[in-house]
Design a protein around this ligand. Structure first.
Ligand code: XMP
Length: 327
């Protein structure tokens, strides 16, 4: 059975049994819609596209081709995990495109936040369209649209970030198997499909990725400092039981340096800002009270392990007045 809208009386998927029933239903619906035709999916490694990939692999196997575009703004280990889970473990047809240089070259010298977002979004579509044109006989495009995306685009809160954007010659029919689900239900389904917990329960991560955490014009050295410090923060939050508790946490490296001292010498280097917030809906947010000893240990690791960083700050600002991200 396929639905255009979430039925008013639909039971919330809160158990593995309900998730499995949904999976069985959707596998049949996908087979019926697609037949023996080919399907393309942009697989970011985020929860929604990963669950859609796993559902389609179950339903139609190698009729699906997943394209994973690495825009160079992903977190440490993300492209590797996508390849490991989908190509190695699930045997998916996966096209991995390392477009890092393309994105970073286009972004060089661009310091306006909205222009940065436009470049990242536009370039993503171009890279994906190029890959789509290389494949023959693809008639369907799968997307991880979820129910709140549809409600928010109807309310005019945000443009539907999935559908649309592709050039006209790429005229695909959409396959959107999780479009009537809320996020918690998508996670339930992902769990039931056997996806790794750190993929299914991962914190929100913006489409423009680390690009918005490297305020101003992105440089490769500062971007690397963001990626490495973020990896340390995530590792320490996991070790200290904060990963499942705090809604979103990350690091930012602003575009200025300060004087410090390292190995008895003056060190004029970047600083890292840590942000860790809790919220229900991302419209307002409060700051997590991270234990001081955990913070001290994180500061010690970042200042000793991340190249070019001599200082760490904690952002105590709730939303409002700060937003969660810096750009
Ligand atoms: P702000 O910074 O507006 O963020 O308080 C609220 C939530 O939205 C995420 N965010 C984005 N997600 N593209 C996305 O897909 C974006 O451009 C973007 N900007 C912010 C942010 O991470 C937070 O969870």
């Amino acid at each position: 059975m396929t639905y255009d809208r979430r039925p008013d009386n639909m039971e919330r998927i809160t158990t593995p049994e309900l998730a499995n029933a949904f999976i069985d239903e959707q596998v049949e619906a996908i087979k019926e819609q697609v037949g023996d035709k080919k399907v393309l999916l942009a697989l970011s490694g985020g929860v929604d596209s990963s669950v859609v990939a796993a559902l389609l692999i179950k339903a139609i196997g190698d009729q699906l081709t997943c394209v994973h575009v690495n825009h160079g703004l992903l977190r440490k280990g993300e492209p590797e995990q996508v390849i490991e889970v989908f190509q190695n473990q699930m045997n998916a047809n996966l096209v991995y495109v390392d477009a890092t240089d393309r994105f970073l070259d286009k972004l060089a010298g661009v310091d306006d936040p909205e222009q940065k977002r436009m470049i990242i979004g536009g370039e993503f579509i171009e890279v994906f369209a190029e890959e789509a044109r290389k494949l023959e006989g693809v008639e369907f495009l799968a997307q991880g649209t979820i129910w709140p995306d549809i409600l928010e685009s109807e309310d005019g809160i945000k443009a539907h970030h999935n559908a649309g954007g592709l050039p006209e010659d790429l005229n695909f029919e959409l396959v959107e198997p999780v479009k009537i689900l809320f996020k918690d239900e998508v996670r339930m389904v992902g769990d039931a499909l056997g996806l790794p917990a750190n993929m299914v329960y991962r914190q929100p991560f913006p489409g423009p990725g680390l690009g918005v955490r490297c305020p101003g014009a992105i440089t490769r050295d500062r971007l690397e400092a963001v990626r490495e410090s973020d990896a340390i923060l995530r590792e320490e939050f996991e070790k200290n039981g904060l990963a499942g508790k705090v809604w979103q946490y990350f690091t930012v490296v602003p575009d200025f340096r300060s004087t410090g001292v390292k190995d008895g010498k003056r060190a004029f280097e970047w600083l890292v800002i840590i942000r860790a917030v809790n919220t229900q809906d991302a419209m307002t947010a409060t700051v997590e009270d991270v234990p001081f000893d955990v913070m001290q240990h994180i500061v010690d690791r970042i200042t000793h392990e991340v190249e070019g960083v001599n200082r760490v700050l904690y952002d105590f600002t709730p939303k409002p007045t700060g937003t969660i991200e810096y750009e």
